[in-house]
Design a protein around this ligand. Structure first.
Ligand code: UD1
Ligand code: CA
Length: 452
């Protein structure tokens, strides 16, 4: 089957007003990735070699997302919303280039699995001119019904056109179709708009295929595969299903999730071997966790790398560009951004590390921070190997701390410290003996006076 060429046409010209959002529907996200990107990934994984995305007018953001994910995707504009067949025909120039298989898929069905698309393509390879994805929804309201004669698919009836008997049919149209490329344009050109909505229904393709004495078949799948999103509630329901799948896949690959239902993953989260994740951790997009790392509870990560054997959290935040080397320890209330923490380095309590290199084996003390932002620009801090940054120090960037240097607790470091240097940058302590009681007496007298 893989030698058959395949064009995927993604219909994404829906206006999506029920999302109550300024953002186009297909740019909403589940699993840290846009709905459109999920669909594009699925059609690629099912072996499509070309991709066409049909967008509405003024949908540059949708086109940009399509191009980001699939740089050679063809973008076609459906300037008026006149039905699903009309939308598919907008990609007519792509169809005319000639493909064995053509997959038509909606941009708002992110849970479609590549294996389901492959089953549809397999039906074409066996001689069908059209394969329709069917499913049995818990609530069939609103879906087109699949009319069968014996085992053969004879027509799809849109709910608004259906008789009471047809509405009782539970097998519904999931909306995904696979066309034999050689017949697709001939089929599409025969679709008319003589129906209640006055739209060009893609679903009419079935009856046309039958009239052309070609074969139309149903491929049945589970509801989750074709879950379409029209509302924020459906977005959340879809997220929940996706999270279940991602957690399951992580556990199947050997990750220990102590309370999987409390861990949120992204579609691109990557785990090595023998990783342990404690309850309540959020993995935003772009996170890789390497072998034997332990993630303690209540952490939040985005675009970060966690090295082998590292220990992170509880309550740690890794922002974009945090790179933790082997056996690094990051403890509670530590935030790291755009920084390389080299092997064996530690920041165990209450720290901010941004735009920094923390050298191998160094210790970044409790309450220490880098001051990387001067109100105008960001600056870098470079800390060598085996350095010691005393608690509650402030490193004012740009600044360099050499290998093995030692920063005394509470220092405000504004100048470079050479390797092996000891820097003390704080007020010297003053002790006045037997003065505490006098001080209290003075304060007491003051209070008494104020009360009079
Ligand atoms: C469609 C199917 C129905 C099926 C259901 C599954 C048709 C006529 N009906 O109905 O049988 O059960 O999906 O969810 O195909 N679109 C465009 N341009 C248009 C019209 C639609 O791009 O002119 C896109 C939409 O953005 C959407 C998709 O096509 O992603 C489906 O359109 P929609 O109007 O939601 O079809 P349904 O009525 O849900
Ligand atoms: Ca729909």
């Amino acid at each position: 089957m893989s030698e058959r060429s395949c064009l995927a046409i993604v219909l994404a010209a829906g206006e999506g007003t029920r999302m109550r959002s300024a953002r186009p529907k297909v740019l909403h996200e589940v699993g840290g990735r846009s709905l459109l990107a999920h669909v594009l990934a699925a059609v690629r994984a099912a072996g499509s070699s070309s991709t066409a995305v049909v967008i509405g007018p003024d949908a540059e953001a949708v086109a940009a997302e399509a191009k980001r994910v699939v740089p050679d995707a063809g973008i076609f504009v459906q300037s008026e919303r006149r039905g699903t067949a009309h939308a598919m025909l907008a990609a007519g120039p792509a169809i005319a280039r000639g493909f064995d298989d053509i997959l038509v898929i909606y941009g708002d069905t992110p849970l479609i699995r590549p294996e389901t698309l492959s089953r549809m393509r397999a039906a074409l390879a066996k001689g069908a001119a059209l394969a329709v994805l069917g499913f049995r929804p818990r609530n069939p309201a609103g879906y087109g019904r699949l009319l069968l004669d014996g085992g053969d698919l004879v027509a799809i009836r849109e709910e608004v056109e259906a008789s009471a008997a047809e509405r009782a049919i539970t097998l519904c149209n999931g909306g995904l179709m696979a066309f034999a490329g050689a017949d697709a344009l001939a089929i599409l050109q025969q679709i008319g708009s003589h129906n209640r909505k006055g739209e060009f229904y893609l679903t009419d393709a079935v009856a046309i295929v039958r009239a052309m004495k070609l074969k139309a078949v149903v491929i049945e799948t589970e509801e989750d595969d074709v879950r379409g999103i029209n509302t924020k509630t459906q977005l959340a329901e879809t997220e929940a299903v996706l999270q279940q799948r991602l957690r399951q896949a992580a556990m199947d690959a050997g990750v220990t999730l102590i309370a999987p239902e409390t861990v949120f993953l992204s579609a691109d989260t990557k785990f090595g071997r023998d990783v342990v994740v404690e309850p309540f951790v959020v993995f935003g997009p772009g996170v890789t966790v390497d072998d034997n790392a332990v993630i303690h509870s209540f952490c939040h990560f985005i675009h970060s790398y966690i090295g082998k054997g590292a220990s992170v959290g509880p309550f740690a935040r890794l922002r974009p560009g945090a790179q933790l080397g082997e056996n690094v320890h990051i403890g509670n209330f530590v935030e790291i951004k755009a920084s390389v923490i080299e092997a064996g380095a530690k920041a165990n309590h209450l720290a901010y590390i941004g735009d920094t290199r923390l050298g191998a084996g160094s210790n970044f003390g409790a309450g220490a921070i880098v001051c990387n932002y001067d109100g105008e620009a960001k600056h870098r801090t470079d800390i060598g190997k085996r350095a010691f940054i005393g608690s509650n120090s402030s490193l004012v960037a740009p600044v360099k701390i050499g290998d093995g240097a030692y920063i005394a607790t509470g220092s405000v470091i504004t100048q470079d410290v050479p390797p092996d240097g000891l820097a003390i940058a704080r007020e010297r302590q003053v002790v006045k003996e037997n003065r505490a009681s006098r001080l209290r007496a003075l304060k007491g007298a003051g209070k008494k006076k104020a009360a009079e």
